[in-house]
Design a protein around this ligand. Structure first.
Ligand code: GS8
Length: 224
């Protein structure tokens, strides 16, 4: 489906960029993904397009920049309405926005608290992460997907962050499947979608990348 030029300023390991990529794929929107080097110098286009946060993803639609992944997914849903990601009923839409906001505020920070722990991961960090997933299990209720019968907005927002969960499990020494079986079943259900399976990166590669980043950071600190 064509509706102007779509360019994504991207980083393969960023769970936030994955949100935009999955949403575009769900809508069948062709786009060019331009890889940014976040450590070796960001492009002038990124700095100009997201002068406030200087982060990826940035979606350029006919040259107009949009920043912040949840806002981008919302924009994609409004601009290419079929198939819809947000529900048609206003109260259900508000509920989907509530849980997306909860995920934005809680999940990535909890992931980073485990990843960035020096030495043994504190029990508090693991417990906090598991508690958040249990709250999300409560939101799922008896449904297979957050979107109910169809893969929806909250599914896009949440599944992208799970691309770091294998690394979290390795760092934390626990299994999401054992702690939160319902959440794990939801992850597997999403992975059955062609768009998700194609776009989520190799978990082992994510783990190695996060491990390298951690080692480089600790060397940087000890050399300072
Ligand atoms: C977060 C984007 C982000 O952290 C969103 O889009 O939802 N709230 C934003 N992007 C990271 C890459 S993923 O860890 C980024 O661009 N980092 C570069 C930097 O911090 O300089």
């Amino acid at each position: 489906m064509s509706k102007g030029e779509v360019v994504l300023l991207d980083c393969w390991a960023s769970p936030f960029c994955l949100r935009a990529k999955i949403a575009l794929a769900e809508k069948g929107v062709e786009h060019e993904a331009r890889a940014e080097n976040l450590f070796g110098g960001k492009s002038d286009l990124l700095l100009k397009s997201n002068p406030i946060y200087k982060k990826v993803p940035v979606l350029l639609h006919d040259g107009k920049p949009l920043c912040e992944s949840t806002i981008i997914v919302n924009y994609i849903d409004e601009t290419w309405p079929s198939p819809p990601l947000l529900p048609s009923c206003a109260s259900e839409r508000a509920k989907a926005r509530f849980w997306s906001d909860f995920i934005d505020k809680k999940v990535f920070d909890a992931v980073c608290n485990i990843w960035k722990s020096k030495g043994e991961v504190p029990e508090t960090a693991k417990n906090e992460f598991i508690e958040i997933l249990k709250q999300l299990e409560g939101a799922l209720g008896e449904k297979d997907l957050f979107g109910g019968d169809s893969f929806g907005f909250v599914d896009v927002i949440a599944i992208s962050l799970t691309s770091w969960f294998y690394a979290v499990e390795k760092f934390g020494g626990f299994k999401v499947e054992n702690e939160c079986p319902k959440f794990s079943a939801w992850m597997h259900k999403c992975m059955q979608r062609e768009t998700v399976a194609r776009i989520l990166p190799d978990p082992e590669k994510v783990y190695e990348t996060l491990l390298c980043a951690l080692i480089l950071k600790s060397r940087h600190v000890s050399n300072a």
